[in-house]
Design a protein around this ligand. Structure first.
Ligand code: SIN
Ligand code: FE
Length: 292
C-alpha cells in the first residue's frame, strides 16, 4: 500500500467530487497521508512579518489557539502582533474546517474542531526530552485530554517563506506496531483514572484506551532499536502544501522544517466508514475486551 494519496485540490472550499471524497476517506482511514500539493494557506496583510520575528515564548515549541475561547497561548507577542497572529490562526482553522467538512462529509455532523497551532521553530538540531521528541516515530495520544477512542485527525500546512520543506518519516501500519508493543504496555492501575481526574491531571476521566495509547506512544519512542530499525518512509512537504492524516494511527516523525500551521479535529469512531480500522478496535482485539 502507498503511504500517501495525492489529490490535485486547489481550493479550501468545495464542492468536491464524490469519488475524491470517497478516496480521501478510504485513504485516511487506511492510514495513508492525504497530500494536497496545490493547496497552500495564503498569508495576507501584516501576517508575513510574523514569520520574521520570534512568535514563540522560549519555553514552548508551539503557539496554540483555542477556537472555543479565541485565545492564543505560548507566544511572546502582545498588542497588534498578537492580534495579527490570533486572526491568522482563526482564519487558518476556519479554512481547515471548511475543507474537512467539504472533503470528508461523513465526518461533518459529529466533527469537533480542537486546537489550532503555529509551529515556527526549526525542528532539526533542537534538544528534546525523549518522550517529547517528535523526531522519533510515534502515534499521537493526549496526556491531559482523554479521548475514549475518538480519532485525532490533523491537518498541516507548510507556510515557510524561504522554501524550507517539512520532512517527515512515516512508519508501519498501526496494527503491526500495536501487535509488537501492546504486550509490553500496562493498562491503568485500579483507581488511577479516578485519582488523575481528581488531582486535575486530566480533563475528565481517562479510559483504558487512553492509558494504552499513551503507553504505546512512550514505549515506541523509548525503544532505540525500533527507532533505528523499524520500517520507515521519508516524506517531504514543500511550502504551499497541505496534508492531513489520523495521527493516532499513522506512525510519524517530524524530522526537520519550520513554520507550519496545524489544525486538530476529533472524529468519533462511529463516524468512520470502516470503524474496524480505528486504533480503539485494533487494541480491543488485542486486549480481548472493551477499552472505552
Ligand atoms: C507531530 O505531530 O509529531 C509533529 C508534526 C509536525 O509538527 O510536523
Ligand atoms: Fe505527533
Amino acid at each position: 500500500m502507498d503511504v500517501t494519496l495525492t489529490l490535485p485540490i486547489m481550493q479550501w472550499e468545495g464542492p468536491f467530487d464524490p469519488p475524491a471524497q470517497e478516496a480521501a476517506i478510504a485513504a485516511l482511514e487506511a492510514g495513508q497521508v492525504l497530500v494536497l500539493p496545490h493547496l497552500g494557506f495564503v498569508l495576507t496583510g501584516a501576517e508575513p512579518t510574523l514569520l520574521d520575528r520570534g512568535a514563540l515564548d522560549d519555553s514552548r515549541k508551539n503557539v496554540s489557539f483555542d477556537p472555543a475561547t479565541g485565545t492564543t497561548l505560548g507566544t511572546g507577542f502582545a498588542g497588534a502582533e498578537l492580534a495579527t497572529l490570533t486572526a491568522m490562526l482563526a482564519r487558518f482553522g476556519a479554512q481547515a474546517e471548511t475543507l474537512v467538512r467539504g472533503l470528508l462529509p461523513r465526518y461533518a455532523p459529529t466533527l469537533e474542531r480542537a486546537r489550532t497551532s503555529f509551529r515556527p521553530a526549526e525542528i532539526a538540531g533542537r534538544a528534546y526530552a525523549p518522550r517529547k521528541d517528535d523526531r522519533r516515530l510515534h502515534v499521537d495520544a493526549f496526556p491531559t485530554r482523554p479521548m475514549h477512542g475518538k480519532r485525532i485527525l490533523r491537518l498541516f500546512s507548510n507556510i515557510a517563506p524561504d522554501g524550507t520543506p517539512r520532512a517527515w518519516r512515516v512508519g508501519e501500519p498501526f496494527a503491526d506496531f500495536a501487535a509488537k508493543f501492546f504486550p509490553r504496555v500496562r493498562g491503568p492501575l485500579p483507581a488511577q483514572a479516578w485519582a488523575m481526574e481528581r488531582l486535575g491531571l486530566t480533563k475528565g476521566r481517562r479510559s483504558a484506551y487512553d492509558f494504552y495509547m499513551l503507553g504505546l506512544h512512550d514505549a515506541g519512542k523509548l525503544d532505540r532499536t525500533y527507532q533505528t530499525d523499524a520500517p520507515s518512509y521519508p516524506l517531504s512537504f514543500a511550502p504551499g502544501t497541505t496534508w492531513m492524516c489520523f495521527t493516532d494511527s499513522v506512525l510519524h516523525a517530524a524530522m526537520a522544517g519550520r513554520f507550519a500551521l496545524e489544525q486538530t479535529f476529533h472524529v468519533p469512531v462511529a463516524a468512520m466508514a470502516r470503524p474496524e480500522q480505528a486504533p480503539l478496535r485494533v487494541l480491543e482485539k488485542l486486549a480481548g475486551r472493551a477499552l472505552a
